[in-house]
Design a protein around this ligand. Structure first.
Ligand code: FAD
Length: 409
């Protein structure tokens, strides 16, 4: 049986950063990464952006060149799915083989939530999570005119923007009454709805689908609950992920939505850490609520926290969350977490396509969505960290840099 001092399950953003940080910290023990995809770790955000658009090929989205892992003496056990974890014997099972570990870092991310209605298994219905999903989509695109995107979250909106660039006719269906409802305020939602419509997307909110009409295993239409039939040549579902934690939960780890971890990213099982999209942690920027964050920032920073703890450190996870999304020529940068806001302030004019939405709770700034407003994003971080009540007239005045609003304290 193979044995590794540190076994990393999941060769994605968090897994890659964990391995990199271990070697940077001088860890000399045996390290391996097990991943069920056939590729070394790559950046996932370009899958709905530059990679889908054909602006970056696969080599350009690798987190490190393939040779890097060998040079750092990190065994890559790719194309292997871990199906069982035995925390007492300290080993995992994958493809009929067992691998022993001293410490396990679980960073298996999530699998795309798929549609469950009739017709959802048609060959031209795609999720957007893995390279293989997007390659399958791209291989069909030439023969596609009408695309239906299900879900008005960031991934669905980004995919819609790329498909419009290709000249495809895009219908985007969002079941709630606005896009980005889970993550942003109304100003931002309505701004993006207008942008997509201006770019020719037939964007519908409050749109409830019933099922998919299939012919010869191909989806040919989306049937709506109101009886409408939307002709389609391809369906893309961007409706969230299900955290990949089943083997850990079966082994007794605590967790309902993801696997619960403490401030050092330890699960309730001995010597098992969990990081990234699958890790439900208590986040100081969410008033201590237990949440999962699905972002590159969280994956990388939790990896650093777990490795630092393995190396004997005692630095709890407390990093300002940030995120970005690119659609058309719009760069959205988000800092902080807006959930629970009771007031918004608009800085700048959305009609100029450069503005920020500031989210406040009890007078304190908790998050900023900055659209083509990089200074607000960068300087807003400092405003957020003060935790002080800031002058709202100044916050709303686009001519007063945010750093001066903090500086005035
Ligand atoms: P992942 O990167 O998903 O890695 C998990 C890996 O584990 C995968 O390779 C998975 O196949 C593998 N795995 C799962 N189960 C097992 C198992 N049992 N055994 C072995 N291997 C397993 N974030 C941003 O901050 N900004 C963005 O603009 C942005 N855009 C995105 C666009 C898309 C299309 C997607 C899909 C995500 C985007 N994200 C973005 C989110 C970001 O990519 C994720 O938060 C990040 O990838 C999480 O890293 P992770 O390591 O937790 O999971």
């Amino acid at each position: 049986m193979k044995y590794y001092d540190i076994l990393i399950v999941g060769a994605g953003h968090a897994g890659a950063q964990a391995a990199i940080s271990l070697r940077q910290a001088g860890f000399e023990g045996a390290v391996a990464m097990i991943g069920d995809e056939n590729y070394p770790p790559y950046e996932r955000p370009p899958l709905s952006k530059e990679y889908l658009a054909g602006d970056k090929n696969f080599d350009r989205i690798l987190i490190r060149p393939a040779s890097f892992w060998e040079e750092r003496d990190i065994d890559m056990l790719l194309g292997n799915r871990v199906t069982h974890v035995d925390p007492q014997a300290k080993r995992v099972a994958c493809a009929g083989e067992e691998v022993g570990y001293g410490r396990l870092i679980w960073c298996a991310g999530g699998s795309p939530r798929m549609l469950t209605c009739n017709g959802a298994d048609a060959v031209n219905v795609h999720g957007v999570r893995r390279r293989d999903d997007v390659d399958a989509m791209m291989a069909q695109l030439d023969s596609v005119n009408h695309v239906t995107v299900i879900g008005g979250g960031y991934i669905g909106l980004e995919a819609a923007a790329v498909l419009r660039k290709f000249g495809k006719k895009v219908v985007l269906l969002e079941a709630l009454d606005r896009v980005l409802a889970r993550v942003a305020g109304e100003e931002l939602s309505h701004f993006y709805e207008n942008e997509h419509r201006a770019h020719g997307v037939d964007l519908r909110t409050g749109a409830k689908m019933d099922c998919i009409e299939v012919k010869d295993r191909r989806a040919i239409a989306v049937l709506m609950q109101n009886g409408e039939r939307i002709k389609t040549d391809m369906i893309i579902a961007g409706i969230g992920i299900i955290p990949e934690t089943a083997p850990l939960i079966a082994a007794g780890a605590a967790g309902t939505n993801g696997v619960d971890v403490d401030e050092y990213c330890r699960t309730s099982l001995p010597d098992i850490y969990a990081i990234g999209d699958c890790a439900a942690h208590q986040n100081g920027f969410a008033r201590g609520a237990r949440i999962r964050l699905e972002s590159v920032q969280n994956a990388n920073d939790q990896a650093k926290t777990a490795v630092s703890h393995i190396m004997g450190g005692e630095e709890p996870y407390h990093v300002v969350p940030w995120f970005w999304s690119n659609q058309y020529d719009l760069k959205l940068q988000t800092v902080g977490l807006s959930a629970g806001y009771d007031q918004t302030i608009l800085r700048g004019d959305p009609r100029n396509r450069s503005f920020s939405v500031l989210y406040l709770r009890a007078g304190r700034l908790i998050a900023i969505d900055a659209v083509n407003a990089v200074k607000d994003y960068v300087q807003g971080r400092a405003c957020l960290l003060t935790g002080a009540i800031l002058d709202q007239t100044q916050l709303a005045d686009n001519n007063v840099p945010l750093k001066e609003v903090v500086g005035a304290l």
